[in-house]
Design a binder for this molecule. Sequence first.
Ligand code: ATP
Ligand code: CA
Ligand code: CA
Length: 592
Amino acid sequence: MGQCYAKNVTVVGENEEVIENNGGGSYNQNQTSNNGVRNTPNRSSSTSPWPSPYPTGTNNSPLPGGVTPSPARSGKSTPRRFFGKFPPPSPAKHIRAALRKRTSKPKEGPIPEEGSEGGGGGERQLDKSFGYRKDFMSKYELGKEVGRGHFGHTCSAKAKKGELKGHEVAVKIISKAKMTTAISIEDVRREVKILKGLAGHRNMVKFHDACEDANNVYIIMELCEGGELLDRILSRGGRYPEHDAKTIIVQILGVVAFCHLQGVVHRDLKPENFLFTTRDEDSPLKIIDFGLSDFIRPDERLNDIVGSAYYVAPEVLHRSYSLEADIWSIGVITYILLCGSRPFWARTESGIFRAVLRADPNFEDLPWPVVSPEAKDFVKRFLNKDHRKRMTAAQALTHPWLRDEHRPVPLDILIYKLVKSYLRATPFKRAALKALSRALTEDELVYLRAQFKLLEPNRDGKVGLENFKMALVRYSTDAMKESRVPDILSALEALAYRKMDFEEFCAASISTYQLEALDGWEHIASTAFEFFEHEGNKVISVEELAREMNLGLSSHTILNDWIRPADGKLSFLGYTKFLHGVTIRSSVTRHQ
Ligand SMILES: Nc1ncnc2c1ncn2[C@@H]1O[C@H](COP(=O)(O)OP(=O)(O)OP(=O)(O)O)[C@@H](O)[C@H]1O
Ligand SMILES: [Ca+2]
Ligand SMILES: [Ca+2]
């Protein structure tokens, strides 16, 4: 087949990686082991799936051993720092080692060694028929290769008949020979289901058809001729001017917000998985490669470690994550676009994971001093290690860095989740939240107003169950049904009888965790406390407070400090802790 393209990385010196075009085949490994621990490393050279990025040995290591800071952190920023891509060796082994080191006993039980029984099943029993059309060869004429991944490759093709007759398309050809486990077969089935289910968004690659024969599965989609986002970043010397970065990020957020509302988590967001439709500078961007994606219910947490090392979120490594993991990856992409370096970087995969878990990205070295404060704030609010503190994709579109009154804001499933827990909260907790919502700044209100408007309030300015239902139905796709997102409506039943005005909606739809991450949190909290003092702070006993917070007897001594001896009401400290809702145990163990 035709030409393929990939890059090799040559390490020149400390923190400096130069990427060369060597024309070798790109290699995206999508490794599925029997235990479901999967990993797509970045590409490597054509010779080996896991080459050393340091051709002259470990002496060339750009970083000392141990915990690895982001490259710029080492204080030796280089004027020509390029963003390189290379896979560190042996992913799963390092994931296991890192997990073992961190927790003496793994959270989800022991992770079986590769090749052991479980999850995959023997190849002999594998059913590799997908029920797709069998007439691929008679319908399409294959052209040259346009890209390559672990399971197969992507080619251009021309439709010979049907609606698409005469049109160029892209065909991702997935070899059945490489489907060696039940999990890998299920992954392909799910990839097609998700592509099909999510059809319609302007930044989704358009799905046309799926076919199969004895050897392959063929996913027929729109041909994106503008190449990968990664290549465009590289061709611009590693970074984007802020204005252009915004155009990219807005498109990424728009489509990711759409996926998230549908209950689909992508799990492999990286610049290789975004393609431009044309070679034009202002070409639209399309998200591709749902090979690691999954459906997720609003209250569900996933635990399989998948993704690409540089982009993986800390909670994925902790094996308990949800949609926010994608947001972290977009944070990494934004960081790269703005400064040309990766925020978490090391020579080995375990080093990258250590950095992801512990290191703070560098925002001091060039070009950060000349990057706008809004852009910096934006990235920081994505790269928060605490997933609860991250913005959602829909929220991010109303962040001051990206705000545009003329751009519609997508409906945010987070609102549904927060309203659900508000409806279950005690009156005392609701009073505390109401006081907090009254202290919000205009910036936070922009998002809440947009979300309220999407619920199309009734004439009396209130929203009820019907509004929440209609808003979901309006955006519903087959994917949303599959991920059972609408199930969340049953938790909002109370709103069938009791409607909410905008003020109560605000109290119900704020996340204390997210607000805590703001620079202005102290001010918001103290203002909120004043409101609470006037309107909601009642005398509360330690026993009552413990009940409110679902805490046991052992916490009583700590709670004593949260109640003012003078009048028996919550102190400022008590108020903020109460809002937070942390259990005493988690606040003690968090730093271990
Ligand atoms: N619709 C498309 N139009 C043009 N090129 C495409 C299209 N889809 C995929 N490609 C090219 O093929 C490459 C591989 O596709 P994709 O990422 O879907 O494969 P994969 O086997 O899942 O790879 P990975 O190893 O990253 O998991 C892409 O990086 C891209 O360069
Ligand atoms: Ca890919
Ligand atoms: Ca893939």
